[in-house]
Write a protein that binds this ligand. Structure first.
Ligand SMILES: NC(=O)c1ccc[n+]([C@@H]2O[C@H](COP(=O)([O-])OP(=O)(O)OC[C@H]3O[C@@H](n4cnc5c(N)ncnc54)[C@H](OP(=O)(O)O)[C@@H]3O)[C@@H](O)[C@H]2O)c1
Length: 317
């Protein structure tokens, strides 16, 4: 099947959850899903930002039904918030897909920790999504759904092995970001191995948006309002940077294309920009030893074990 990211197949009746959906790639992924007829649980940590993003979708997709989006407060850096948001999603029934998009892209210069005591970039980008995946597994299994983890090209540029995922020593902003993305992708591929082994009908896919900047992205009140200086700077990178609207394309394809399979890696054609294509992940993210190590670490740090047997059983009933 050919895939046109500007004209998606009909997704009426589908329900998706997107984390960090009030801005950036998460906003555009939500908008594209709504345009195709899906219902989107738009999650974020601030009610006002979520309201602004939902209002933008109502303006930009006037034909969408009034309840095409639903707000969900979810702070991925806070495991209590993850648990309560997931409980309310489970209460609604099945879920066709979840996009683990929320992330800190400009990490603090020095190491900071969350309310749970975890390094904030690892907690927000990787650990919170690992916990959310476990909490939502049965809801996804009921609908034979899919989870998409958002990786990054940076894992090929500086493939740090996250031997110390929380960077208790040697913290730097760049290292914290890349390690969190190595961990995210490694967990995504490991989830696929474990879901297959347990016979759970849920697919785990990893995707990345290339290099997508706010200054190359349409201005939307309350969602993307870059300064003139940012527009100017970002436009100087036009040869290899793209808009976040286009950066969302591979994430949405990974979530909604029936021909995408668990364990695959999707991204823009040139690596940094372009239409979505299947790609080779960086070696470290696909290494089963790293995946198993990250899984054990995440289970202990989050205090969450994924309910594989329960999910397989709920899919059969
Ligand atoms: N842009 C790129 O070129 C690029 C490249 C590779 C990977 N990525 C990945 O793509 C994802 C989105 O990036 P982006 O460029 O769209 O960034 P962005 O414009 O900064 O948006 C990040 C989103 O994540 C949310 N977020 C941050 N911390 C959160 C938390 N603790 N709980 C819930 N939501 C939180 C933000 O909400 P607030 O408004 O509340 O902060 C915002 O909605 C990230 O995972 C990033 O690592 C991006």
């Amino acid at each position: 099947m050919t895939w046109d990211p500007r004209s998606l197949p009909d997704l009426s009746g589908r329900v998706y959850l997107v984390t960090g959906s009030n801005a950036g790639l998460g906003y555009f992924a939500s908008e594209q899903l709504v345009r195709a007829g899906a219902r989107v649980l738009m999650s974020g940590r601030h009610p006002n930002r979520l309201s602004a993003a939902r209002a933008a979708i109502r303006r930009r997709v006037p034909d969408a039904s009034p309840d095409a989006t639903e707000p969900l407060i979810l702070d991925t850096s806070n495991l209590g918030s993850v648990r309560s948001a997931a409980a309310s999603v489970r209460g609604r029934g099945g879920l066709d897909g979840v996009l683990f998009n929320a992330g800190i892209v400009h990490p603090p210069r020095s190491r900071e920790t969350t309310i749970d005591g975890h390094e904030v970039v690892f907690a927000t980008n990787a650990l919170g999504h690992f916990a959310l995946g476990g909490e939502l597994l049965t809801a996804l299994a009921v609908s034979a759904g899919r989870m998409v983890w958002v990786g990054s090209m940076s894992t090929a540029l500086t493939p740090y092995d996250p031997v110390d995922p929380q960077l208790t020593t040697r913290y730097s902003a760049w290292r914290s970001y890349v390690q969190s993305k190595v961990a995210t992708a490694a967990l995504g591929f490991e989830a696929d191995r474990r879901l297959r082994a347990a016979g759970v009908p849920v697919e785990s896919v990893v995707a990345h948006p290339g290099y997508s900047t706010g200054g190359r992205t349409p201005g939307i009140v309350g969602v993307n309002e870059p300064s003139r200086a940012k527009r100017f700077r970002d436009n100087l990178q036009a040869a290899f940077a793209q808009s976040k609207e286009h950066g969302a394309w591979p994430l949405v394809r990974a979530l909604a294309d029936p021909e995408v399979a668990g364990g695959e890696f999707w991204g823009p054609k040139t690596g940094s920009r372009g239409i979505p294509t299947r790609q080779n992940p960086s070696k470290i993210t696909h290494d089963p030893e790293v995946g198993a190590r990250m899984w054990a670490f995440a289970e202990a740090a989050a205090g969450v074990k994924w309910p594989f047997a329960e999910a397989a059983a709920s899919a059969r009933t």
